[in-house]
Design a protein around this ligand. Structure first.
Ligand SMILES: *[C@@H]1O[C@H](CO)[C@@H](O)[C@H](O)[C@H]1NC(C)=O
Ligand SMILES: *[C@@H]1O[C@H](CO)[C@@H](O)[C@H](O)[C@H]1NC(C)=O
Ligand SMILES: *[C@@H]1O[C@H](CO)[C@@H](O)[C@H](O)[C@H]1NC(C)=O
Ligand SMILES: *[C@@H]1O[C@H](CO)[C@@H](O)[C@H](O)[C@H]1NC(C)=O
Ligand SMILES: *[C@@H]1O[C@H](CO)[C@@H](O)[C@H](O)[C@H]1NC(C)=O
Ligand SMILES: *[C@@H]1O[C@H](CO)[C@@H](O)[C@H](O)[C@H]1NC(C)=O
Ligand SMILES: *[C@@H]1O[C@H](CO)[C@@H](O)[C@H](O)[C@H]1NC(C)=O
Ligand SMILES: *[C@@H]1O[C@H](CO)[C@@H](O)[C@H](O)[C@H]1NC(C)=O
Length: 455
């Protein structure tokens, strides 16, 4: 027995001391299947002495077959080139599967939720239910109008509530002239453009793919791999996984861990300049959701008139959107800031375009995977060295975040009065949506009114 046990211990020690493991699915940026990276690894349970009494969630839609841009720019050209190529793939070491591989994505599938996506959205609904067992089912759940967001909301609701007929799904128009009053305010922000960040990302993409191209060309000289082909194959790892359950493109002998870190960093550069700290308007795009949400959480249902017209506050507010909004909310809240604790204000210097900053806080895989969610919780706490009262905290994919300068409550939460001050400081930095976005159409608004209006 004893020697059996020590063999076991030795095996366990060997495994922990010498093994290296790497999961490419956790480094796929906007194509990462939902995961909870524990970034930072603070305990997600309510701190001792605290009960969560109200919460709000902003959720990106769940996994889709492929977004238009990825499909048209990277995947479709690669798949077509594959169909034309006269390469005997069986003779290659790492790409032999291409001899029989068929693309999982058809033209009509673009932008559609996958079955895995539906399942994960429903599972998130069940998890939120279990996290807040005393909450009343919400009267309303909000979603932008695209099919992938409404279907995610429907699946989530089916996991969250017993009687789906008692929760209304409110659709919020994705208007280009809606000002701040939508769940897609970047679309109505003239200063924003979807292609922001590609100039900074492209040079790094060329750099990290160069040795991969040489390696694959050596195996299949007839194919003429380009950097877009490499990116397309790496994207297929994510998309094929959320469609078929696994993908040969995820193999670590085809793309090494370092190759995946290159893919991730190229994306992080793009999102830094697209909807992150490298775009001066990001915070202004995310702030209206923060302000509207905070009002719902702080409200006592009278006074500042933020209850809906029936005068009712919900225990839980959930809203579905696209990948662009959560990172701007994260900037508005000052989270995942590469410059935090540094005296240099130059956040762009923290994202060099010629080398990976491995120690960055800004990792898009952790910030905006499919179904990514930003939660704000209001807690009632009463003991263990903290004053009795209300405390607030923010969680990103279930991981509690420390709000900069406001983290001295239980579990690094923020006391109510300090939270109110924190939010008004952020409003001073990021208020004025219309002006910061350079709104050039009439009838705009700087506030998100969906939670308090009859919409
Ligand atoms: C594939 O071949 C067809 C027919 O020769 C040609 O029209 C098409 O441009 C080719 N596509 C690619 C991606 O090379
Ligand atoms: C491809 O290569 C394999 C292994 O060398 C060989 O068995 C097969 O006949 C080749 N296929 C074609 C179409 O040449
Ligand atoms: C919803 O459905 C349940 C079960 O079918 C029913 O008991 C309940 O009255 C319905 N509620 C509403 C608001 O229609
Ligand atoms: C290989 O691809 C590059 C980039 O698309 C192109 O410029 C070049 O002409 C291609 N070479 C061959 C031999 O097809
Ligand atoms: C970061 O770079 C962007 C794009 O060049 C620029 O607009 C922005 O002002 C820079 N941010 C800082 C803090 O210098
Ligand atoms: C990021 O951190 C730096 C250093 O603390 C700070 O000056 C800057 O305002 C922060 N950025 C945002 C958007 O909060
Ligand atoms: C939290 O909930 C428990 C169980 O309902 C209750 O006993 C306790 O007093 C509550 N604490 C606070 C601070 O509300
Ligand atoms: C301006 O917005 C209000 C409120 O959303 C709407 O009722 C009105 O029709 C809009 N006017 C124009 C000219 O679009």
């Amino acid at each position: 027995m004893r020697s059996g046990l020590s063999v076991l211990l030795v095996a366990k020690f060997a495994a922990s001391a010498f093994s290296y493991s790497f999961n490419p699915l956790e480094h796929l940026a906007g194509i990462a299947p939902y995961f909870e990276p524990s970034d930072p690894p603070l305990d997600p349970s309510p701190p001792q002495g605290c009960n969560v009494t109200r919460a709000a969630y902003l959720v990106r839609h769940a996994a889709i077959y492929a977004n238009d841009f990825d499909f048209e720019e990277y995947i479709e050209p690669f798949v077509q080139k594959l169909a034309n190529a006269s390469v005997n793939w069986s003779r290659t070491r790492d790409l032999a599967f291409l001899a029989t591989w068929k693309s999982p994505i058809g033209e009509k599938d673009e932008e559609q939720l996958t079955q895995v996506g539906e399942l994960e959205a429903q599972k998130l609904g069940v998890e939120v239910l279990q996290r807040y067992p005393n909450f009343k089912p919400p009267k309303k759940v909000w979603t932008s109008t695209a099919e992938r967001t409404t279907k995610s909301a429907e699946s989530f609701i089916s996991g969250l509530v017993r009687y789906e007929n008692e929760t209304e799904m409110v659709q919020v128009y994705e208007g280009k002239e809606a000002g701040a009053n939508s769940l897609t305010p970047y679309s109505s922000c003239p200063a924003y453009s979807g292609s922001r960040g590609s100039d900074q990302s492209k040079p790094f993409q060329t750099r990290y793919t160069a040795p991969i191209i040489e390696r694959l060309k050596a195996q299949a000289p007839g194919f003429n791999f380009t950097n877009n082909d490499i990116v397309g194959m790496q994207e297929l790892c994510g998309y094929e996984t959320v469609i078929r359950g696994s993908s040969p493109f995820c193999s670590l002998s085809l793309f090494t861990p370092n190759d995946w870190l290159g893919f991730e960093y190229a994306n992080d550069l793009m999102y830094h300049y697209n909807t992150g700290y490298g775009f001066d308007v990001s915070g202004a795009i995310g702030m209206p959701w923060v302000t509207a949400t905070t009002q719902q959480l702080l409200s006592d249902g009278v006074g500042n008139a933020v209850a809906n017209p029936e005068g009712e506050l919900q225990d839980l507010y959930v809203s579905f959107t696209h990948r662009e909004l959560p990172p701007t909310v994260i900037v508005a809240l000052g989270l995942f800031n590469n410059s935090a604790f540094s005296s240099s204000g130059d956040v762009n210097a923290t994202m060099p375009t010629d080398t990976i900053n491995h120690n960055r806080a800004w990792k898009s895989s952790n910030i905006l995977p499919f179904l990514t969610n930003v939660a704000v919780e209001k807690m009632e706490c009463d003991s263990y060295g903290y004053g009795q009262g209300e405390y607030f905290r923010v969680l990103v994919n279930k991981s509690p975040q420390s709000l900069p300068g406001c983290n001295y409550g239980p579990g690094e939460s923020c006391p109510r009065n300090a939270f109110v001050e924190f939010i008004s400081r952020r409003e001073a930095m990021f208020g004025g949506f219309g002006q910061k976005c350079g709104v050039d159409y009439g009838n705009s608004t700087d506030t998100l009114g969906i939670y308090s209006s009859a919409q």
